[in-house]
Design a protein around this ligand. Structure first.
Ligand code: NDP
Length: 251
């Protein structure tokens, strides 16, 4: 998706940190924020992807290696962003993994990785960035999922992490909204990204592939447009939740 689409939105002077920027939704959001004029720190584990993304952006950009399961790494990434750009206005808290499968015989290592990444990692990122976002009266965009609202067979552990993100985000919103910090929960349905590539359960892989073939799925840029809509609202307008599905997705 071209960044031109966002030229009507002006985020000049704003600084954003996009966590989970190396592919999919995060990559598209980082491109969109940069296209709208923001300075962008892009973070994730894959340094080669960060360099590739940084090279594709024309505005100020800082690639930062970051593993959200490591609290020190999270603190360092936030510090590097503020050291480079002076402040932090927008946090896109988007890192996530999805290993779907049944509860019976469920892979506990996968459950733990999802909880550490999607839920605890998300919380660590908020904790580290919050002082700067309070100073800037900034915006926190929390990537949840339709799975955070509607749990279905096979998605129990993943849904639990996203329901956790929703719960954490609402408490966070109540804590900081009086100080002018906006908390936006984005809940996408099926988006074509690398997320499903990591599913190990053969039946679940087949189900994901079938969904992909039988529906016109969202593209990362569709979600980026929703994120930009929320971020670009006037300061007194807080878009607390945005649920965005492919039109032909039932649940
Ligand atoms: P991708 O797999 O394309 O992107 C996932 C991103 O998360 C990558 O940038 C990855 O970077 C990053 N990430 C994963 N683990 C870590 C970690 N330990 N530390 C830092 N970064 C990490 O998938 P999506 O773009 O689809 O996913 C983005 C978010 O959107 C996730 O939270 C996902 O749950 C959510 N979502 C996705 C939907 C979909 O249908 N695709 C629907 C609803 C929500 P790297 O590997 O380089 O570290």
């Amino acid at each position: 998706m071209g960044a031109q689409k966002f030229e009507s939105i002006d985020l000049q002077g704003k600084v954003a940190l996009v966590v989970g920027a190396t592919s999919g939704i995060g990559w598209a959001v980082a491109s969109a924020l940069s296209g709208a004029g923001a300075s962008v720190a892009v973070a994730g584990r894959r340094a080669d992807r960060l360099a590739e993304l940084a090279a594709s952006l024309s505005g100020p950009v800082l690639p930062v290696e970051l593993d959200v399961t490591d609290a020190d790494s999270v603190e360092a990434a936030v510090a590097a962003t503020v050291a480079e750009f002076g402040h932090l206005d927008v946090l896109i808290n988007n890192a996530g993994v999805m290993y779907i499968g049944g509860v019976l015989g469920g892979d506990t290592a996968e459950w733990e990785r999802m909880i550490r990444t999607n839920l605890l990692g998300n919380m660590l990122v908020v904790r580290a960035a919050l002082p700067h976002l309070l100073s800037a009266r900034g915006t926190i965009v929390q990537t949840s999922s339709t799975s955070g609202r509607l749990s279905t067979a096979g998605s129990g552990a993943y849904s639990a992490t996203k329901a956790g993100v929703n719960a954490f985000s609402e408490a966070l919103r109540q804590e900081v909204t009086g100080a002018g910090v906006r908390v936006v929960v984005i809940e996408p349905g099926y988006v074509t990204t690398e997320l499903v590539d990591h599913i190990t359960d053969p039946a679940m892989r087949a189900m994901a592939a079938e969904m992909q073939e039988t529906m016109t799925t969202l593209q990362p840029g569709d979600v980026a447009a929703a994120v930009l809509f929320a971020v670009a609202q006037p300061q007194h307008v807080s878009v607390s939740e945005l649920l965005i599905r492919p039109t032909d997705q039932l649940q």
